[in-house]
Every structure is written in structure tokens, then in C-alpha cells.
Design a binder for this molecule. Structure first.
Ligand SMILES: Cc1cc2nc3c(=O)[nH]c(=O)nc-3n(C[C@H](O)[C@H](O)[C@H](O)COP(=O)(O)OP(=O)(O)OC[C@H]3O[C@@H](n4cnc5c(N)ncnc54)[C@H](O)[C@@H]3O)c2cc1C
Length: 452
């Protein structure tokens, strides 16, 4: 294979990860073709699909900086300083995510983000092919078959290697699974989601505090709302699939109104089209996808949701997918042997994907159930105190995941140690005033080595 051929790659999916990976490789001189099932969102408007907006954090921003997209993305991002918790009695409480405004997350519009990323990819020299849904792959002949969903016409393309950035329902993954056992399993959460909208106020401004991620925790279920730059909020209602209340019991717009009147009373007047939104918008399933194997020798590799879809409760799916892109571009560049590069990528990223998948599941319990309970609030208070007293040793897990780029697996492990400490040190106490701080500090020094 000539050098020229060696530095060619074919990406399936021009969503979030596909566009970023394509850009990173094109900038390094690779010849990149990207095939996308949908039409060009810059021509015909964004076709929707998954969530309307997303929380962007440091891992994602790092990749965007490398791709040269951060500035354009940040121009339309809305800062979220913390969780604004809405209690059942109407009280609210802003729980800051970090120490100050250098530790925040950003709400970005998926459609606008995708458009920016495609522009940047095209500018970097990536060849984008829209209306091309991957249908099947002949790995031996290195030919992929795409279908145009508009007219069913088939189009074939030769490839050197394929990268599957085609999301949770990946067609490339299905084609790979026909060649080898990928160890695939999907665990459904048993909860689903529905998106609703808070429009701008009559004066054109935001109806509620814009610089926060709003949460209405209600035990087994919850609502959240993220701001959009056009002064709207996208509300996501998470409910179990069965039981009371659930998507089985709340079926009509009228049922949804009754649920909101009872459990989310302060949100109800903010959502004038509740019935319409509830009945028109699809109910999205939530699941975690585990694979033991992400690549077929040097022929194909998966990343992002295609490799490790997760539940959205840490707001890290896209961030993790972007981190995958940086890692894969690095391995491809460093290692001319494709199979070795893909294997090194998997070895680096699979344990980290597993860790963030586990933390995302744990965060659901925390968001819907714990943000308003007393033990939790005391542990959070101690967490803040320890983070101040020992900034090099005690970094809250949320911060390690959201504001740092240390491996997810390390954040998971340290988070476990820290949780044990918080539970142990607050046991039997109702406030921080009664703690023996010498004992507390000694325990931190003994159990948590400085974070490099
Ligand atoms: C409700 C919800 C909220 C979320 N919130 C957050 C958040 O706050 N923060 C965060 O970081 N993450 C969040 N996520 C996760 C995030 O959406 C995903 O992790 C992210 O979109 C993954 O990017 P991707 O490029 O791998 O896949 P996708 O964004 O799904 O892109 C896949 C692309 O492939 C295309 N495609 C599909 N099939 C084919 C085919 N056969 N041939 C060609 N192209 C194809 C699709 O059209 C699409 O363009 C959330 C997810 C959900 C469901």
C-alpha cells in the first residue's frame, strides 16, 4: 500500500464525532471521506433526532479547540453555573458545579453545533457525502454499500479503513458483528424521556434563570431544563416506563398536565404548549451499550455512541465521543499499522468508556433522588470544605469528570474513595460544626494521594 493510500480513511456518520474526527485527520494531511445518511443540515435545516441541546464540558471543549471549532461554538453557547434545584414546595436552590465561573458547563444547540462542525470539516478539506446511509460492507473486498434514503439508489465506495461514527444504532457495528463477535449487550434503563419547550418571555427574554441547568428532582422521576441561545429552554421529562407515574400511565397531553400540576407546579405555567409538545414529540429510550471489541483488525473501528452509548445523566456522551476523536486521531497518526492503531485506541478508551457509563448511571440516582436529601447535602458541604482544604487531593468527582481531562477510570476510582470518606466522616453528624477537623484532614492525607 502506498503512503498515499495509507493516509486515507472513510468515516460513516457526519454527526458530532464524525465531523470532529474528520477535521482532526484532515488537518494532519489525511484524505477523509465522510458518508452521512441524512441530508446536509446547512442546506435543509437540522433534521433533529436526539436531544435538542447538550451540555458541553472541558473534555469536549479541548477537542473543539484542537479542531479549531471552539470559538464558533462558544459564540452560541449559554453558560450554566450549576444546578438550580426546584423543590416540590416551589423553593429553589442554586448548587454551583465548581469553585467559580472558570468551572462551568455550556448549553449548546445540537443542530447549530453540527452545522459549525461540518463547515469546519469542509474547510479542512474533508469530502462530505450526504444522503448516503451505510447498508452493508464487503470487508474482504474493502467495499461499502450506501443507499440514498430519498430514492433507494445504491452507491458503492472502496475504502482503506472504515470508522463507525454512526451513533447508537450503528450500521457499521451491525456489519462488523456479522464478521466477529463484538460481545455486544444493551442494558435498557427502564426509563425514557420526552422533550418539551419553555418559549421566551413576552419581552423576548428568558423566563427563568438562564445560567443554570434546572432540575426538578422527584424521587423515581425528574424534569430538567437547559437554556438555548434563542431564549428558550428545552425541558426533558424523565419517567419510568411502567408504574405510577410512568410513560404507561401518563399517555395524553391532559395526563401530562395533571402530572405537572401535581409534581412540577412551578414549571407548568412556563410550558404553554405542554399538551402539544407531549403528544407530538417522540418518547426516547435510554440504554447503555457495552461492547468487548471495537475494531476488526485494521479494517474498521467504532467510536462515540456507536461503541459505547450511555444514559445522558452526566452530560458526557458527546464529550466522551469528542475525547475518542482526539485519541483515535493521535493513534492513527503515531502508528502506521492500522490494526495496531485501532487496538491501541481501544485499549486506551474502552476502560474509560466503561467508567463514564457507570458514572452516568449513578448520576441518575443522584439527580432525581438525592439533590434534596439531608445526608446528601451534608456530604456535599463536607465535599466543598475538603476541596478547599485539600485542593490537590480532594477534587469532587463531578469536577474531575467535567472540568479536568484525567482519565474517566481514574475519576471513577478516586470518586469511590472520596465517597467512602464522606460517608464515614459525616456519620452521626448533623452539621460540619461537630467534626474533628484534625481527624478529617489526617484521613484525607492518608487515603488520597495528590492528584497528579
Ligand atoms: C436526551 C439526551 C441528552 C443528552 N445530553 C447530553 C449532554 O448534555 N452532553 C453530552 O455530552 N452528551 C449528551 N448526550 C449524548 C450525545 O447525544 C451523544 O453521545 C452524541 O450525540 C454522540 O455523538 P456521535 O457522533 O457518536 O453520534 P450521533 O450524534 O448520534 O451521530 C451519528 C450520525 O450518524 C448518522 N448515521 C446514522 N446511521 C447512519 C448510516 N447507516 N449511514 C450513515 N450515517 C448514519 C446520523 O444521521 C448522525 O448524523 C445526550 C443524549 C440524549 C439521548
Amino acid at each position: 500500500m502506498s503512503m498515499d493510500t495509507d493516509r486515507r480513511i472513510t468515516i460513516v456518520g457526519a454527526g458530532l464525532a464524525g465531523a470532529v474526527l474528520a477535521t482532526l485527520l484532515a488537518q494532519r494531511g489525511w484524505g477523509v471521506d465522510v458518508y452521512e445518511k441524512r441530508g446536509d443540515p446547512r442546506v435543509q435545516g437540522y433534521a433533529g433526532g436526539r436531544s435538542i441541546n447538550l451540555a458541553l464540558a472541558e473534555r469536549g471543549r479541548h477537542a473543539l479547540r484542537l479542531a479549531g471549532a471552539d470559538e464558533a461554538v462558544m459564540r452560541q453557547a449559554v453558560m450554566m453555573r450549576g444546578r438550580m434545584v426546584h423543590f416540590l414546595d416551589g423553593r429553589t436552590d442554586l448548587q454551583r458545579y465548581g469553585r467559580d465561573d472558570s468551572e462551568v458547563i455550556w448549553s449548546v444547540h445540537r443542530g447549530e453545533l453540527n452545522v459549525i462542525l461540518l463547515d469546519i470539516a469542509q474547510h479542512a478539506g474533508v469530502r462530505l457525502h450526504f444522503h448516503r446511509g451505510l447498508e452493508s460492507v464487503d470487508f474482504a473486498a474493502r467495499r461499502a454499500r450506501f443507499v440514498d434514503p430519498r430514492d433507494g439508489s445504491a452507491h458503492e465506495a472502496q475504502f482503506v479503513s472504515l470508522v463507525g461514527a454512526d451513533g447508537a444504532g450503528s450500521a457499521l457495528r451491525a456489519a462488523m458483528a456479522r464478521q466477529a463477535d463484538l460481545g455486544e449487550r444493551t442494558e435498557y434503563l427502564g426509563h425514557s424521556y420526552k422533550e418539551l419547550e419553555i418559549p421566551p418571555a413576552p419581552d423576548g427574554g428568558f423566563r427563568i434563570e438562564p445560567n443554570a441547568l434546572h432540575v426538578w428532582p422527584r424521587g423515581r422521576y425528574m424534569c430538567i431544563a437547559l437554556p438555548n441561545d434563542e431564549r428558550t429552554f428545552t425541558v426533558t421529562l424523565f419517567l419510568p416506563n411502567a408504574g405510577e407515574p410512568s410513560f404507561a400511565s401518563v399517555r395524553s397531553g391532559a395526563d401530562a398536565r395533571a402530572l405537572f400540576a401535581r409534581d412540577f407546579a412551578d414549571a407548568l405555567p412556563l410550558i404553554p404548549d405542554l399538551e402539544r409538545d407531549f403528544e407530538r414529540n417522540p418518547t426516547g429510550l435510554l440504554a447503555t451499550l457495552y461492547l468487548d471489541r471495537w475494531h476488526l483488525a485494521g479494517e474498521a473501528v467504532l467510536l462515540g455512541d456507536a461503541a459505547h452509548a450511555m444514559v445522558p445523566f452526566h452530560g458526557q456522551g458527546m464529550n466522551c465521543a469528542f475525547e475518542d476523536c482526539v485519541a483515535l486521531a493521535g493513534h492513527l497518526d503515531a502508528q502506521p499499522d492500522r490494526a495496531a492503531a485501532f487496538a491501541a485506541f481501544q485499549a486506551e478508551r474502552l476502560p474509560n468508556a466503561r467508567a463514564i457509563q457507570a458514572m452516568a448511571l449513578e448520576n441518575y440516582l443522584e439527580m432525581r433522588d438525592r439533590v434534596d436529601d439531608d445526608d446528601y447535602l451534608l456530604q456535599r458541604a463536607l465535599e466543598r470544605a475538603l476541596a478547599e482544604r485539600h485542593p490537590d487531593r480532594f477534587v469532587p468527582r463531578y469536577s474531575m469528570v467535567t472540568f479536568l481531562r484525567i482519565p474517566y477510570a481514574l475519576a471513577f476510582e478516586r470518586g469511590r474513595l472520596q465517597r467512602e470518606l464522606l460517608v464515614e466522616l459525616t456519620r452521626g453528624h448533623a452539621s460540619l460544626d461537630t467534626l474533628d477537623w484534625d481527624r478529617v484532614d489526617a484521613a484525607v492525607r492518608e487515603r488520597l494521594p495528590p492528584l497528579a
